[in-house]
Design a protein around this ligand. Structure first.
Ligand code: COD
Ligand code: ZN
Length: 358
């Protein structure tokens, strides 16, 4: 089968690879569509390390082709979405209900010893234990969830990362309260979903902040009530616009400077949620006194902060009843052969999400 393979930094090559499995607790899925996430781009550029060769892509939708002997929850023909939050079910985090933080992700088919993907007999790493930029995927059963029919595959694919991460930050990590004032710094594929998550939560005012004016226009269509072009004065402008600061500030880029701004733009009792992941070793510097005088809080956010098997069908239902936009997140559909163009459009800021369709 065909796959886009990362052999070196900077570009993907289309190769014929061999796929093995499913083994007992795995599922083989024919890929319908896979979104290009900024994390994939970080691997392409080397901003995040990954072993070579690798098949990237973790935000996929497809149809189950075959299930392993121990899999009873899926059957051939099921419409499924992938998520990188596979889990063991036994560790402390899973047992507390936070399988997104699982300590012992199962059955690592992405390790050379257990590789399900091979190129001329040599192991190929499956990014996110998924490898969605390929015609088929063999994944652990805990990397999948069934999605109701009626969500088009190109839209459904985005549920597993961009929508889960973005909307989950607002609805689960920070638990935005009805009527509150929210700022979202960085309105890309993930941040726009934080905007619509805040809207679903009933936020009274949602201020979108981005360097790119086109992203601000998009943010309005996803529910932002106000927009602000990011500048050196972002914090002062937000404090002025809101008469003292916001109840919730989301950083959805991954930069220490904008994370600091998220903390500084809070009103008393406000919460900053850090969704972006900064470079290895990066540190956040913020004044300490507001933690006491203003009782501000800073929270992390990983893959929506909940078990995705519960949250993604709920998000699909929001789409089906018209309260969550998915189709509008898809800027372009690409054949696998044009995947490098999709990453170029991400780098230039031209696309919200580009989706490879098979
Ligand atoms: N000020 C304001 N806006 C900015 C700035 C800045 N200094 N720099 C960039 N931006 C804007 C860009 O214009 C763009 O609109 C947006 O920030 C970034 O959007 P995208 O579409 O490029 O990126 P996303 O939305 O796909 O990804 C953002 C993440 C924060 C999720 C990502 O970069 C990241 O940190 N990934 C790892 C975290 C994670 O858990 N991800 C989920 C699993 S992959
Ligand atoms: Zn992602």
């Amino acid at each position: 089968m065909k796959a886009a393979v990362l052999h070196q930094l900077g570009r993907l090559d289309i190769d014929s690879v061999e796929l093995d499995g499913p083994r007992a607790d795995e599922v083989r899925v024919r890929t319908s569509a896979t979104g290009l996430c900024h994390s994939d781009y970080h691997w392409v550029t080397g901003a995040l390390p990954i072993p070579f060769p690798a098949v990237l892509g973790h935000e996929a939708a497809g149809v189950v082709e075959a299930v392993g002997a121990d899999v009873s929850e899926f059957a051939p023909g099921d419409f499924v979405v992938t998520c990188a939050s596979s889990y063991c079910g036994h560790c402390r985090e899973c047992q507390r209900g936070y399988s997104n933080r699982c300590d012992a992700k199962p059955n690592r088919p992405d390790t050379p010893q257990a590789a399900r993907l091979k190129l001329k007999g040599a192991p190929v790493y499956q990014a996110g234990r998924i490898g969605g930029f390929a015609e088929e995927m063999v994944v652990h059963r805990t990397s999948l969830v069934k999605i109701p029919q009626g969500v088009p595959p190109t839209s459904a694919a985005l549920l597993g990362c961009a929508v889960l991460t973005g909307a989950g930050a607002a609805l689960n990590s920070a638990r935005v309260e009805p009527g509150s004032t929210v700022a979202v710094i960085g309105c890309g594929g993930v941040g726009l979903n934080t905007v619509q998550g805040a809207k679903i939560a009933g936020a009274g005012r949602i201020i979108a902040i981005d360097l790119n004016p086109r992203k601000l226009e998009h943010a309005r269509t996803f529910g932002a009530t106000d927009t602000l072009k990011a500048s050196a004065d972002t914090v002062a402008e937000i404090v002025e616009m809101t008469n003292g600061g916001v109840d919730y500030a989301f950083e959805v880029i991954g930069l220490p400077a904008t994370m600091r701004e998220a903390c500084l733009m809070l009103r008393k009792g406000g919460t900053a949620a850090l969704v972006g992941v900064a470079k290895e070793g990066a540190e956040l510097t913020v004044p300490i006194q507001p933690f006491a005088w203003k009782e501000i809080r800073v929270v992390g956010s990983l893959m929506g902060s909940v078990p995705f098997q519960i949250f993604l069908p709920r998000l699909a239902q929001y789409y089906l009843n018209g309260s969550l936009k998915l189709d509008e997140l898809v800027s372009q559909r690409l054949p696998l052969a044009d995947i490098n163009r999709g990453f170029a459009d991400m780098a230039s800021g031209a696309a919200i999400r580009s989706v490879v369709v098979f």
